[in-house]
Design a protein around this ligand. Structure first.
Ligand SMILES: N[C@@H](CCC(=O)N[C@@H](CS)C(=O)NCC(=O)O)C(=O)O
Length: 223
């Protein structure tokens, strides 16, 4: 049995839950003692962040490290394509989520409270998110190969869901919720909407994401 330190609202926690569900791996979830970033939790996970996974006594923090470990330790069903180029492009897609798109979304958390409303910051982040969605459209649109898009086919019947896909559903849900709360005028490129629908058709995504919109709205209402 795997142990996952997680909080219900964590984007990277949802990313890891989707991965574990698709792999058919059972987990026991624990809230970080004292909350994430607390001294008590840092005694267990030195960086203090969630998610963190314990497998057979081995503790791993960071969702990317967890994902790559799980893929090597539990290779069935595979969640990486075959071939050097496709594997490299899959890693690129995964890093794009964690280092490009999601940080622009997270930057809105501090202005979501009506008491801390900042229209200039919200407008700047909306522009940044729209720019990132435009870049993502190129990455997920296979026709965009010559412009740096995915190029080699990443998905197949044997690999319908990639490690790289698992972060996106939660971030897309946050964009929807923040767009409603802050009126951001988000533009969803057609290729990103098609990618999103394709992900939603995966059981691991639809089952894991059920109820997450309500968790986000509750978090926003509490700010
Ligand atoms: N790159 C990390 C990011 C994880 C992350 O930012 N987690 C947030 C919750 S969604 C967190 O733990 N924040 C508290 C902290 O970093 O101290 C990963 O992929 O796991």
């Amino acid at each position: 049995m795997l142990t996952l330190y997680n909080t219900p609202v964590s984007v990277y926690g949802i990313k890891t839950r989707i991965l574990l569900r698709h792999k058919g791996l059972k987990r026991e979830e624990q809230l970080p003692p004292g909350g994430y970033g607390s001294a008590a939790y840092k005694k267990v996970v030195p960086s203090g962040n969630v998610p963190a996974l314990i497998d057979d006594g081995l503790l791993i923090a960071d969702s990317e490290a967890i994902a790559e470990y799980i893929e090597e330790r539990y290779p069935d069903p595979p969640m990486m394509p075959t071939g050097l180029a496709a594997r490299a492009k899959a890693r690129e897609l995964s890093r794009f989520h964690d280092t490009r798109l999601e940080p622009e979304v997270r930057a809105l958390f501090r202005v979501v409270s009506p008491n801390r409303h900042d229209a200039v910051h919200a407008a700047r982040q909306a522009e940044a998110i729209n720019a990132r969605l435009g870049q993502l459209a190129i990455l997920v649109d296979r026709r965009g190969q010559e412009r740096g898009g995915s190029g080699p086919s990443l998905r197949s019947d044997a690999v319908p869901l990639l490690l790289a896909d698992c972060g996106y559903p939660a971030t897309f849900a946050w964009i929807d919720a923040l767009d409603s709360a802050l009126d951001l005028s988000i533009d969803w490129p057609g290729a990103v909407s098609a990618y999103r629908w394709m992900l939603d058709e995966q059981d691991a995504v639809s089952v894991t994401m059920a109820g997450y919109g309500a968790v986000i709205r509750e978090w926003i209402a509490k700010q």
